[in-house]
Ligand binder design. Structure first.
Ligand code: SF4
Length: 151
């Protein structure tokens, strides 16, 4: 019989796989969007907007961050996303970036996705969040820091 730690690990593994599946489903949607890696949307202090993550997204982001060999989330003084590499200005977890980073407001990428186009995917992310005992989407910094602390 597994320990509760093993069970939590299995639940986290399943959630991460499901979140990746949701991101893949989004990528298959016919609406064209083209992120050109301008990273303007990663400058939270300038945009005034911060992506909010469900718990499954935060777990995936935390694992992707760890896989870069880093442990603690930095606290950039310029108000940028802590997952933005300051030297290269590249997202450290681009392949696993959160849903909001894929569907947000960036005009250069084609503007925000209409909510009705992605509502069912949002519901699936929320269902994973509820299953993991989350309390709904939280700001990227807090959600990822928490996932790193409890993973
Ligand atoms: S997670 Fe990556 S894409 Fe999203 S805001 Fe942060 S650096 Fe930008």
């Amino acid at each position: 019989m597994g320990t509760s730690r093993d069970e939590r690990r299995r639940a986290a593994d399943a959630a991460v796989a499901e979140v990746r599946g949701i991101y893949a489903d989004l990528a298959r949607r016919p609406l064209e969007r083209a992120c050109t890696l301008r990273t303007e949307c990663c400058q939270f202090a300038i945009t005034g907007r911060i992506p909010h993550l469900t718990r499954g997204e935060a777990l995936l982001a935390a694992r992707a961050f760890r896989s870069t060999g880093r442990r603690a989330l930095p606290n950039p003084g310029d108000g940028a996303c802590p997952l933005l590499q300051p030297r290269t200005l590249r997202c450290l977890i681009y392949a696993d970036r959160p849903f909001g980073c894929r569907t947000h407001f960036c005009d250069a990428a084609g503007g925000p996705w209409p909510r009705r186009e992605v509502l069912e995917l949002i519901r699936r992310l929320e269902a994973i969040d509820a299953r993991l005992g989350g309390c709904g989407p939280r700001t990227l910094q807090g959600a990822v820091a928490d996932a790193l602390a409890h993973e």
